[in-house]
Ligand binder design. Structure first.
Ligand code: FAD
Length: 421
């Protein structure tokens, strides 16, 4: 089997990359391979499935705002339901939170409104002042204001992936599942047939990928393999520049929870906003189908960089870390039950928390989504296409542009992101 382009990984990044490359280069023969039996089974399936364009770094804002613009078109103009609900993100803030200034700046570019304490007091299930014991032990402080970002909400990643998969199929992209690519082997571009090739002075490339006895040859390989990129690249000596961190989502239900989930008063979308607590970025994501909240956090210090194939949610982590804080602000959580949970990984760019998209040899690497690969998925696919086609500008669906070299390794120029959830 021989192709012009083989995309390894059929998550959101692989699907959007294949779609934009094929759409802009119809004559290019493309296959997408994945070790899973179908598309969208990796971290894309594990996400909290929120979307936002509230990012402090300019390129993260552009990628997310451009992707949301395209997702809105898919749902509202094309008429394909991808579960997009503009139910907002609400950041609950302590006095003096330094993100407020950044968000005020951002409010010139996207829809953000500011809510003061007097309005927050109207929310009967929210306690602005944690009890003295919680305040003392956990260092919790009074909520003083909130920021409601409106070009944000929730999405269904399964339906989103299905959209790109169907579009890829219609354009003639091939899919090969149950293909576990192993050990990328460097070969000389011009073979001399001497033992020990490739020598240091020979140009090198990857010619084939193998899975058991199956081999696939390509001119260009695109690694859309998220946290598994490092292992795939290890033999080649090429650095992926990303580190994995386990991330968990806990589903929580209870008597008062549906009333909170279906609180329509913020955006009129029928559900409450994706709500971020002032402490450590703990979030409550409304899950209307389950009449529950999905609860999560991007914990940092103390969370190691290990990677396992079947990560499990840690119930004591929920009980001792998340629940304690949440119920101090939302007392109804004292009478809730955690009904299920799951875990996956963020592939972190540990420096600036924006994706890495770069070319080396005949490999194009797209990883480091740092916890927001779905909401930036379309923009990442467009960037991969621009790098593949050798263009010095990416045009996003919202019309914003940037130089894709910004997201590379050598020409990188991204300010560190301050809002990671
Ligand atoms: C708990 C949690 C919550 C999250 N919440 C959000 C959120 O609210 N919003 C958001 O935008 N993002 C969120 N994310 C992040 C988001 O899920 C990722 O950024 C995104 O899914 C990355 O997409 P991907 O295509 O790069 O990776 P993946 O979906 O992991 O796809 C990579 C694919 O590569 C395949 N693969 C790997 N190695 C090989 C190999 N050797 N051979 C063949 N195939 C291979 C895998 O099977 C997989 O299908 C969350 C993630 C987690 C874990």
């Amino acid at each position: 089997m021989k192709y012009d382009v083989v995309v390894i990984g059929a998550g959101i990044v692989g699907l959007t990359s294949a779609y934009h490359i094929k759409k802009n280069n119809p004559d290019v023969a493309i296959a997408v391979v994945d070790r899973a039996p179908t598309y969208g089974q990796g971290n894309t399936a594990k996400s909290a499935a929120g979307f936002r364009d509230v990012f402090t770094s300019d390129v993260n804002f552009k990628l997310s705002n451009g992707s949301i613009s395209f997702y809105r078109e898919i749902q509202e103009t094309v008429g394909r339901d991808i579960g997009l609900k503009f139910s907002g993100y609400m950041f609950l803030m302590n006095r003096g939170d330094r993100r407020i200034e950044k968000l005020k700046e951002l409010s010139r570019k996207t829809r953000i409104s500011f809510i003061d304490a007097s309005d927050l007091r109207e929310i009967d299930y929210l306690s602005l002042v944690p009890d003295a014991e919680s305040a003392g032990i956990m260092g919790l402080r009074e909520i003083d204001s909130a920021v409601l970002a409106r070009n944000c909400g929730i999405i269904d990643p399964v339906l989103l992936c299905k959209y790109y998969y169907d579009e890829c199929m219609a354009l003639g992209v091939e899919f090969i599942f149950n293909f576990d690519a192993r050990d990328l082997e460097l070969e000389p571009v011009n073979r001399l047939d001497f033992p020990g090739e490739p020598f240091i002075w020979q140009d090198k490339r990857i010619r084939i990928i193998k899975s058991g006895s199956r081999e696939i040859e390509a001119e260009t390989f695109i690694l859309a393999t998220d946290v598994w990129t490092t292992a795939l690249l290890d033999l080649t000596g090429i650095d992926s520049h990303v580190r994995p961190k386990k991330r968990q989502v806990f589903q929580v239900g209870g008597d008062k929870i549906p009333e909170m989930v279906f609180d329509d008063s913020f955006t009129g979308e029928g559900i409450c906003p994706f709500t971020i607590l002032p402490r450590d970025g703990i979030y409550l994501r409304p899950a209307p189908l389950e009449k529950s909240f999905w609860v999560g956090v991007a914990d940092d210090i103390g969370r190691d960089f290990s990677l396992s194939e079947d990560p499990q949610p840690e119930i004591p982590f929920y009980d001792m870390n998340l629940l304690q804080v949440i119920r101090s602000y939302f007392p109804a959580f004292s009478r809730t039950k955690m009904t299920s949970g799951w875990a996956g990984y963020y592939s972190y760019n540990t420096i600036d928390k924006a994706p890495y998209i770069f070319r080396t040899l005949n490999l194009l690497i797209a990883t480091g989504t740092s916890g927001s690969g779905i909401l930036k998925g379309d923009g990442i696919g467009r960037t991969v296409e621009a790098v593949y086609s050798g263009r010095s500008s990416v045009k996003l669906h919202n019309g914003l542009e940037f130089d894709p070299a910004m997201l590379g390794v050598k020409g990188r120029n991204v300010e560190p992101e301050e809002i990671i959830l």
